[in-house]
Design a protein around this ligand. Structure first.
Ligand code: F6R
Ligand code: MG
Ligand code: MG
Length: 384
């Protein structure tokens, strides 16, 4: 049997209301489009996180397949038509091109995909975050695959003892590097501790693992909307797929990093630092200050190419404390109002609407050693 591919493709095609949630009729339209074109798929499931919809597709056509991406694009377009009829906010927001051309990457939607040999029983988790950037997955991915204090299997399971290989993308320079843990852990952390630039794209098992070292065990969507649109149109709100068990981190090890609400960029106007709150699907609506940033976890067993699930994995009282902690951190940060470090540093605000505010002062600035007005505003992010 050919390998199975899981594609998680996401887009925001309209918020209900504002940027807080999706509308059930949009999801219905997308599901019925997929149903009508299901011949190319093994199976599909549509879910949502905040104002983003995720298409979880299984098929036998590999990653980056044109027909699958076109199907996803057309499904999002049919959702956009309903969003426009309903007057939803930002209808079609993430479909940044007038027409599909070859691959959703570079057109607005985000995609995480893995092609692999299906095991006799194959558990996966699809994570979807809202109100944040792709690098928000750096922290949990490192904990899951690189940190023995999180993942007991790195110490106890002989299949995982050699560690994992991380594929890290420099999304500013369009280049990538492969780093092996444990031996390259410090270099890896030097990069991924700066998540606005260095992003974990994929993770692979190493020789000695009972899973194929050429088949990724995790994949993250790394598309940056601002690079596609050339201006701020919303945060990227990434998705990730993680394969689990049998020589890979157990489901509980995959979820464990989310007991700590780590700080991420995004939240209100994509311009703030806020805690990542793990939530059940029912609670993914981002209404407080357009957030705080959230993550859902949809668990599936892949069985003969079918998606058996989802199991709503953060719907567990054991994550209540993380949610409470995230709310406390949110209160603390909100008290700062427009002050850093709640507000992002100037360099990261370059692509938001803040520079327009700065521009209004351009004629007002005076050099302190002369009374002459300064002709040009000091660019945001630069220090003289
Ligand atoms: C964040 C986000 C929202 C909007 C905010 C303002 O990713 O999408 O926080 O930035 O609601 O939206 P506009 O400018 O459309 O009124
Ligand atoms: Mg939105
Ligand atoms: Mg969103």
């Amino acid at each position: 049997m050919t390998k199975i591919t899981v594609s998680a493709i996401k887009a925001d095609v309209g918020g209900y209301v504002g940027h807080s949630d999706t509308h059930p009729r949009v999801q219905d339209a997308i599901e019925s489009h997929l149903e009508d074109h299901a011949d190319v798929l093994e199976n599909y499931h549509v879910t949502s996180a905040g104002d983003d919809l995720q298409l979880i597709l299984t098929h036998r056509r590999g990653s980056d397949d044109e027909r699958i991406h076109e199907l996803a694009w057309n499904a999002f377009e049919s959702g956009t038509a309903v969003a426009q009829d309903l007057g939803l906010y930002g209808a079609g927001q993430d479909l940044l091109s007038d027409a599909f051309s070859g691959n959703v990457r570079g057109l607005g939607p985000g995609a995480a995909e893995i092609e692999f040999t299906e095991r006799p029983s194959d558990p996966i988790v699809v994570f979807a975050m809202d109100k944040t950037e792709p690098g928000a997955f750096n922290f949990p991915m490192y904990k899951v695959f690189g940190d023995p204090f999180n993942t007991a299997g790195l110490v106890i399971d002989p299949s995982m003892n050699e560690g994992f290989t991380f594929e890290v993308w420099d999304i500013e320079e369009d280049r990538r590097v492969f780093l092996d843990t444990p031996e390259d852990a410090h270099e890896l952390l030097a990069l991924i501790g700066a998540p606005s630039r260095y992003v974990i794209k994929r993770v692979y098992p190493r020789e000695g693992n009972k899973n194929d070292p050429d088949e990724p065990v995790a994949s993250v969507s790394t598309e940056k909307l601002v690079d596609v649109a050339g201006e701020y149109v919303g945060k990227d709100d990434p998705v990730a797929i993680v394969r689990s068990q049998s020589g890979l981190p157990a489901i509980g090890e995959v979820l464990e990093p989310f007991t700590f609400p780590h700080m991420v960029s995004g939240w209100m106007r994509g311009s703030h630092v806020g805690p990542m709150m793990p939530v059940s699907m029912e609670h993914s609506q981002t209404s407080r200050f357009d957030g705080p940033p959230r993550c859902i976890a949809a668990g599936f067993q892949i069985t003969d190419g079918n998606l058996v699930g989802p199991n709503d994995l953060f719907d567990d009282v054991a994550f209540d404390r993380a949610r409470e902690q995230a709310s406390e951190q949110a209160d603390y940060l909100r008290e700062h109002g427009p002050f850093e470090p709640h507000r992002l540093p100037l360099g990261e605000l370059e692509y938001t609407t803040l520079p327009e505010i700065m521009d209004t002062l351009s004629e007002e600035w005076e050099h302190m050693d002369s009374s002459k007005p300064v002709a040009q505003a000091t660019p945001v992010g630069s220090v003289e």
